[in-house]
Design a protein. Structure first.
Length: 462
């Protein structure tokens, strides 16, 4: 009976926005296996080319921080149209880019599209889906966007190896056009205007925090802790952070409603949510670099190693949502973080024996863990805030998700770069050492997730 309460046009609307988000994530994960080729064709370093992912995710983060306001100010269909336009502009720029700056500019335009589409999809679910089916639909939404990482490395690896990395962007252009027609017909959710001014001060300070920390981390890897660049960017981060905290305390019109983190369970789930995405994007960046630089695999082979795990993870999302609906949050979240901890400890302990088959098997275990916990974390947090704050929670968690991905790429890239700085260290040996340190870091995040899950008390639905 509950199934019949969800209108068909609602399902198509969610699918349209989900597919737009899918294309952005598909390109993001496709490029990870093209970095090796791009560094040679464009004459740039790995620490520079990784900005195609970390810079993209940083822009997505900044855009997502505005969506709580945008969703109230504009109708869902208007936001969808704008996102489609930015996706088309970005893909066209990237496909024709003659150099790295134009390629990065196109990626930033695509980031604006994804930064609107992803929270819009989750907002449609929270606004239109009954609570009894919330976990299931969150799982389905997670499956849609999880299929992008499943296909991305193989899609990007095949096009890069057989044809050209530019086709990564060309192929998605007709897909975006089809998504536009679908959303134009079925997305109908109107705006809910409120007397709320846009928080420009909050946006500028938040951007300062995010950019300052990201740049500081990147420069630590390439220049060392005591370089002037690291100190400058670190100073910007600290100053912006202090001003942002003061702004949160004193302002009545916040860009992001950080005050919902006063609820202990929501704050704990925010940390778990951040850790899961840090681990997910970080590992999807790391493994192709290890495969191509240490195992000397092709871009296609590096992508194929990740395909079974990504497919398994995508298929697990609806099941994980169903388990959450039936058994609550603790079982799926403990399974999730335990699988992440175990898989990354095995990656760490068996680094010297890693080959294509072992990487594939361990990544399958990792992606089982990630997808079993990711959607459920947000689902449980959404039931711990009033209905009027669900849009704020959606915006905040999606912002955390994207910045976690950006930091996962930046931090692991910095670890690899720091190991490569050693005089006379062969690149393969440096990548191996950096990978072992990265595996241990992600394992520690899995352990943190277990501890925090045990600290969360049983929910009271509001």
């Amino acid at each position: 009976m509950a199934q019949q309460q969800v209108a068909r046009h609602t399902q198509w609307a969610i699918l349209a926005v989900g597919l737009l988000s899918f294309t952005g994530i598909l390109v993001e994960t496709s490029l990870n296996v093209a970095f090796y080729t791009l560094t040679r064709q464009l004459g740039i370093t790995l620490s520079t080319v990784q900005w195609l992912t970390s810079g993209y995710l940083l822009m997505v983060t900044i855009v997502m921080s505005t969506t709580a306001y945008l969703i109230q100010r504009f109708a869902a269909q208007s936001l969808f149209r704008f996102a489609v336009g930015m996706a088309l502009i970005g893909a066209t720029l990237c496909a024709a880019a003659p150099n790295f700056p134009i390629l990065l500019l196109g990626r930033l335009a695509q980031a604006v599209a994804t930064g609107i589409a992803t929270p819009l999809m989750f907002y449609l679910i929270m606004a239109l889906i009954p609570h009894r089916q919330l976990g299931t639909y969150m799982g389905l939404a997670s499956m849609i966007i999880s299929l992008a990482p499943a296909l991305g490395p193989t899609y990007g690896g095949w096009l890069t190896s057989a044809l050209s990395w530019r086709l990564i962007f060309v192929v998605i252009l007709p897909v975006i056009g089809g998504v536009f027609l679908l959303g134009q017909k079925f997305i109908q959710l109107p705006a809910k205007p409120q007397h709320r001014r846009f928080d420009w001060s909050g946006l500028i300070l938040l951007a300062g925090v995010l950019v300052g920390l990201s740049e500081a981390v990147e420069n630590i890897g390439t220049l060392g802790w005591t370089s002037g660049s690291v100190l400058s960017w670190g100073g910007l981060f600290l100053a912006a952070l202090l001003l942002l905290l003061w702004h949160i305390k004193t302002s009545n019109a916040l860009l992001l409603n950080f005050r919902i983190l006063r609820t202990p369970a929501v704050a704990l789930w925010a940390i778990v949510f951040f850790s899961l995405q840090f681990a997910n994007i970080g590992l999807s960046f790391l493994l192709p670099q290890f495969s191509q630089n240490v195992l000397h695999s092709s871009a296609l082979t590096a992508g194929l190693m990740l395909l079974p795990g990504s497919i398994l993870g995508g298929l697990m999302s609806p099941l994980a949502g169903h388990v959450y609906d039936r058994a609550g949050f603790r079982l799926p979240l403990l399974l999730s973080n335990t699988a992440i901890l175990l898989s990354c400890l095995l990656f760490w302990g068996l680094t010297g024996w890693l080959g294509g088959v072992l990487i594939t098997l361990l990544y399958m275990l990792f992606r089982f863990g990630f997808n079993f916990g990711f959607g459920n974390t947000m689902s449980d947090a959404s039931l711990r805030v009033p209905g009027s704050a669900k849009g704020d929670l959606n915006s905040l968690f999606n912002t955390l998700q994207q910045y976690a991905g950006s930091m996962g790429t930046s931090v692991l890239s910095a670890i690899l770069a720091a190991n490569e700085r050693g005089a006379g260290t062969p690149k393969a040996a440096a990548i191996t050492a950096g990978s072992r340190q990265s595996f241990l870091l992600i394992a520690a995040l899995g352990l943190l997730g277990i501890v925090l899950t045990l600290m969360v008390k049983s929910k009271k639905t509001v």
